[in-house]
Structure formats: structure tokens, C-alpha cells
Design a protein around this ligand. Structure first.
Ligand code: SF4
Ligand code: SF4
Length: 235
């Protein structure tokens, strides 16, 4: 399959499952048969993932991407031998980084949960096709990734504004919203993957979904107070 199909989630899942290194092989850059040039997408994803690995304390050398044609078996052998030696020298995941296994798993789970948010914020860069190695070196910076994680927003439904139209509930990809007919809707913060779909979907005339950053999310309205009392229409 195309290297462009290798999602950030696949890489993080491999590490979550205890892989010590991940290698992605793609076709040579600028030799893609399709206008999509998926190998550039793979390269951008790897550069982003390496910065994320640094952010959570993992050695980015554990992730490598190389481009070669199917006729370059010799290059493939050299690269794999070299990568194998490197990963062996680094040891089991988390060892050389001195991160406890439980802590590492929870960090990887936290990042995996934020993939939709990360992809939205970094969308333009993930789709870019740069010319030089220098440009690629600066595509993602450590400061930018630290900021990305420090500014993760939360989404909250204002109980005074929610009209229980159920649009957000139907569109939420994580089943993080509970509610029903005439019931004020509530977001389960543990299930929310910060995709902003509810924020975009809530009709502007209601404007009930708030994006919150840098402050705690108000507690959910108690269940017994969620029923909306509607005035019956006078004849
Ligand atoms: S941001 Fe909204 S739509 Fe997206 S997962 Fe969270 S609650 Fe669901
Ligand atoms: S879309 Fe807005 S008004 Fe409709 S249920 Fe969701 S939060 Fe409430």
C-alpha cells in the first residue's frame, strides 16, 4: 500500500504495543505514479511524529522513513541492517529513555486520543510538499509541538443555551455526548477527542458549544436538572 496511508495512529499504536522501532518504506520522492504524492504525506507525518516522540520523552531515532524503488534491494538491506543495529543499541522501548512502562503507555494513549486535534492544527503542514532538506528540518519545531499540547482545547455545552436539537450528539465521532429529546446535552470529557465537530455543528442561533482553553471545564449539569421545560404554543 501507499506510504501515504500510514497514519500517525498506526505508528503510535505500534509503540503502544511495545515495538522498539518503526520503519516506513516509501517510493522515491517525486516518482509517485499518482498526483497525490502520498510519500510526501508520509514524510510529513514522520517528522511530526518524531517531534511528538521527543515531547513525550521517546528517542525519535526509533522511527525512520526511507524512500527507494522496488529494484533497490541492496539499499533496503543496508537501511534495515543499519536501523536494526540502531534499535538494538537503544534497547527495549523506554529503556534508554528511562521512562517507566506504565507512564509511557499512558503518555502514548493520551497522544493517540489527541490525533484528530493534532491533525486539524497541523493540517497545512501535513499536506505540504517542500523542496529542500533545510525546509524539512524546520517543518515542525519542538516549541510548536510543546505549544500544541499546552493549548489543547476542551469543549463544553452551555446548559443555558443548549436547545437539545441533538445535532452535536449525532455528529460526535467519539460518542462523547449524551442527551436526548428535551434533554440538555453533556460532553464526557474523558471520551472527547477534541475534534471540534460539535463546536462547528451547533447551530449559530444556539451557540451552545464553547471552546475552552487554559481554564478548567465547568462540571456537567446534574442529571435531574437536564430536562428542558418548553412553553406550549398558545392557540
Ligand atoms: S469535540 Fe465534540 S464532537 Fe469532537 S469528540 Fe469532543 S464532544 Fe465529540
Ligand atoms: S447542537 Fe447545540 S443546541 Fe443542539 S444539542 Fe448540541 S449543544 Fe445543544
Amino acid at each position: 500500500m501507499c506510504s501515504g496511508r500510514v497514519d500517525l495512529e498506526f505508528v503510535l499504536r505500534a509503540f503502544s504495543n511495545g515495538m522498539d522501532g518503526v520503519f516506513i518504506g516509501g517510493c522515491r520522492l517525486n516518482e509517485c505514479n499518482y498526483i497525490t504524492h502520498g510519500n510526501y504525506h508520509a514524510l510529513n507525518m514522520v517528522l511530526l511524529c518524531r517531534k511528538i516522540m521527543e515531547h513525550i520523552g521517546l528517542n525519535p531515532e526509533r522511527l525512520r522513513i526511507e524512500f527507494m524503488s522496488s529494484g533497490e534491494g541492496n539499499i533496503f538491506v543496508d537501511v534495515m541492517n543499519d536501523f536494526g543495529k540502531k534499535v538494538k543499541a537503544l534497547g527495549p522501548l523506554g529503556t534508554s529513555e528511562e521512562i517507566d512502562g506504565v507512564e509511557l503507555k499512558s503518555k502514548l494513549e493520551e497522544v493517540t486520543k489527541l490525533i484528530p486535534y493534532i491533525k486539524i492544527v497541523e493540517r497545512e503542514k501535513l499536506e505540504s510538499r517542500l523542496e529542500t532538506e533545510e525546509e524539512y528540518d524546520g517543518l515542525f519545531t519542538s516549541e510548536e509541538i510543546d505549544k500544541l499540547f499546552s493549548e489543547v482545547p476542551s469543549y463544553y455545552i452551555d446548559p443555558d443555551k443548549c436547545q437539545a436539537c441533538m445535532i452535536c450528539l449525532r455528529k460526535c465521532p467519539a460518542e462523547a455526548i449524551s442527551g436526548g429529546k428535551n434533554q440538555i446535552h453533556v460532553i464526557d470529557q474523558d471520551k472527547c477527542i477534541k475534534c471540534a465537530t460539535c463546536f462547528e455543528a451547533c447551530p449559530p442561533r444556539f451557540g451552545a458549544v464553547k471552546e475552552i482553553s487554559g481554564e478548567p471545564v465547568p462540571p456537567p449539569i446534574p442529571e435531574e436538572k437536564r430536562t428542558i421545560a418548553r412553553k406550549s404554543k398558545e392557540k
